[in-house]
Design a protein around this ligand. Structure first.
Ligand code: 0O2
Length: 234
């Protein structure tokens, strides 16, 4: 229910403006819905790979898949931060992480393998690759980021939708979620001493990953050779 004050304000808005506001609301919903569908497509692809792997290779390279759709407020924040003009086309072209899927793997080699298998699919176009595993960020953050475009088939035809896929190990994910919490707890101004400890913990996590993978290979042998680098097509 609206307050009296809000109702009085609403009453001052003319019918045409109200219609425009409704149209904008509906268009925004349609815009966001496409990202949700794109995210669902990518999750389905990953789930199929996971299931097929378990069945055919008696091995599961994917531990966990999660997803999130950026809130409208976060999209608007990012739009302002980047100085993007307020149009759907500009947002579509510039903000590529509205739909996000996160894949957690046991081993680093699994992360690359999943990236290769996903990007080798015919209807997946790679827009951008950021390999923070090969080149961790200064704070120690590690993860393989892909921006992919997948077609979403609607009643109006096929619509390409960008989805950010973050692929990382359990250890990297553990570190990233703690760092994220600390970052927000200190309102992005984390004390230097804590930053040093976090960077050190990231090194420990990377060492653990390397050790676990060595152990795994001793028991199961080396992973199959990679099918080739992930190519970016813009
Ligand atoms: P949220 O809430 O997870 O979505 P670009 O989009 O290329 O202009 P951006 O957004 O910095 O620049 O891209 P990048 O570097 O690929 O990072 C995107 C996402 O990666 C972030 O999304 C985080 O999820 C994650 N990430 C990147 N760096 C760090 C880090 O240092 N620590 C942690 N914990 N996560 C990181 P958002 O939008 O920041 O947040």
């Amino acid at each position: 229910m609206l307050t009296d004050r809000a109702q009085r304000t609403l009453d001052t808005i003319d019918g045409r403006t109200l219609d425009e506001m409704r149209a904008l609301r509906d268009e925004t919903e349609r815009f966001m819905q496409r990202y949700k569908f794109g995210m669902d497509e990518v999750i389905t692809k990953l789930s199929i790979l996971r299931e097929e792997f378990s069945q055919a290779h008696a091995y599961n390279p994917i531990e966990h898949i999660s997803s999130r759709l950026k809130s409208l407020d976060s999209v608007v924040d990012k739009m302002r931060r980047k100085g993007i003009e307020p149009s759907f086309d500009a947002i579509r072209a510039t903000i590529t992480d509205i739909a996000g899927v996160r894949v957690t793997c046991s081993f680093v080699s699994d992360a690359y393998r999943i990236a290769e298998l996903l990007t080798a699919q015919e209807d997946v176009r790679v827009i951008k690759v950021k390999d923070y595993i090969a080149e961790p960020k200064a704070n120690g953050y590690q993860s393989l980021h892909l921006i992919v475009e997948v077609p979403v088939f609607l009643s109006t035809g096929a619509h390409p939708v960008a989805v950010e896929v973050q692929i990382r190990t359990i250890a990297m994910d553990f570190w990233a979620s703690l760092e994220h919490k600390i970052y927000y707890k200190f309102d992005r101004r984390v004390p230097d001493e804590l930053l040093d400890q976090l960077t050190d913990a990231a090194r420990t996590a990377a060492e653990l990953d390397a050790r676990m993978e060595r152990l795994h290979r001793e028991v199961h042998g080396p992973p199959p050779p990679p099918r080739g680098a992930i190519s970016t097509e813009v």
